[in-house]
Design a protein around this ligand. Sequence first.
Ligand code: PRP
Ligand code: ADE
Length: 177
Amino acid sequence: MTFEDDLQDSVRTIPDYPKPGVMFRDITTLLGDARAFRRAVDQLVHPWAGSKIDKVAGIEARGFILGGAVAHQVSAGFVPIRKKGKLPHQTVRMAYALEYGTDEMEMHVDAIARGERVILVDDLIATGGTAEGAVKLLRQIGADVVAACFIIDLPDLGGAAKLRAMDVPVRTLMAFE
Ligand code: PRP
Ligand code: ADE
């Protein structure tokens, strides 16, 4: 059994959630398995071991769980990127594409200084609309987006390719068709 198969086995698939036809890739089983959680975090940041990373930006909500662990691992600060209206201080805001329509995400305006090296973290990339919005938001305030890391890639939906076309190195640990 390969490493990837092993870790992939810890992700649970729920058919027809949240609606018919969707195969929901549930990472709560991976997070609840101490060995799998540690391996996922270690593997996500492996290429940047020894690099200077100033901040890890995590996307609400599942990106917060991983992003905090990743930030600790690379000795960086953690910055939440939240759905609009949740952050108390002055924010910068970016619209992003959902399956149907758009929404807006926010970050505190002073969370990242111009030129700081940032890794973006989320659990999964599908169409890439969420991550694309996050990269635009980070670049808007002058962050140097070093990489975007996800446990799961759904390559058929094209999100990772979209980010690479924006010159963002993308790291994923497994793919589901
Ligand atoms: C999920 C996932 C990513 C996003 C990926 O979050 O955690 O953030 O979808 O989809 P995309 O690549 O097509 O943009 P969701 O919007 O369901 O929010 P949640 O984490 O709060 O459940
Ligand atoms: N976000 C977008 N598509 C998803 C899927 N298939 N499973 C879990 N989260 C998702």
